[in-house]
Design a protein around this ligand. Structure first.
Ligand code: GDP
Ligand code: ADP
Length: 205
């Protein structure tokens, strides 16, 4: 039987640099994660492609998927739905490959409830002012959306305590190194490396 892949979940407030860090991580020669493309009702930004950045769907289509049990998790974030299609994640993990999710905190906590063996990483900004500067500097959102995202960020940062790891995104290369180190040590967990041994030893101390 193929050993099931590892589920890695990265969250963090909008503008902290999740997309930037993820792209840098995926460019590392020794990283081989499969990215789960999310579904959203948000309109595509300039340059975003359907099926690459997101699956862009209508509210009705999204609600139909929820009803049919096709989402691993989903959340409403600043007036839009975002969610992870279940089938891709399950098939990829079953084939032994590692899956990487980049999702907001409410969705991450749903995944945690259903797949507690996942690795949950929270990417944090140096401070809220820097977060605001990154959102403004990115130039993709109107000021009212930026303000809503900052407001949401305060609540999200408080959820950090529910994660396994916090990674500071001061410099992209530091964040990438730290995430790689987290995954490396997770792979060495006794329960991952020696499941047969542990079951052979039984439950007693
Ligand atoms: N729960 C959940 N959140 C998601 C998913 N995909 C993206 N998000 C999050 O939704 C939020 C808004 O995403 P987006 O509008 O693309 O803004 P950006 O991440 O700031 O570029 C971010 O925190 C994303 O991480 C998903 O499949 N599920
Ligand atoms: N470590 C960093 N230092 C400075 N700017 C950064 C850093 N990481 C990301 N950025 C910039 O911040 C903005 C938001 O990054 P992005 O990856 O889109 O965030 P998210 O996916 O979390 O919303 C982008 O303009 C990006 O270039």
């Amino acid at each position: 039987m193929v050993k099931r892949g590892m589920l890695i979940v990265l969250s963090g407030p909008s503008g902290v640099g999740k997309g930037t860090v993820r792209k840098a991580l995926f460019n590392e020669p020794d990283v081989d994660f499969q990215y789960s493309i999310s579904m959203t009702t948000r309109k595509p930004r300039d340059g975003e492609k359907n099926g690459v950045d997101y699956f862009f769907v209508s509210k009705e289509e999204f609600e139909e998927k929820i009803k049919n049990g096709e989402m691993l998790e989903y959340a409403k974030y600043v007036d839009n739905y975002y969610g992870t299609p279940l089938e891709y994640v399950n098939q990829t993990l079953d084939s032994g490959r590692d899956v990487f999710l980049e999702i907001e905190v409410n969705g991450a906590m749903q995944v945690r409830a259903n797949s507690p063996e996942g690795v949950f990483v929270f990417l944090t900004p140096p401070d809220l002012l820097e977060l605001r500067n990154r959102l403004i500097g990115r130039g993709t959102d109107e000021m009212d959306v930026i303000n809503k995202r900052i407001h949401t960020a305060v609540g999200e940062i408080k959820m950090m305590r529910n994660y396994d790891y916090a990674v500071l995104n001061d410099k992209v290369e530091n964040a990438v190194t730290n995430i790689k180190n987290i995954v490396r040590s997770e792979r060495l967990k006794v329960t991952r490396v020696m499941p047969d041994y542990l079951s052979m030893l039984g439950d007693e101390d």
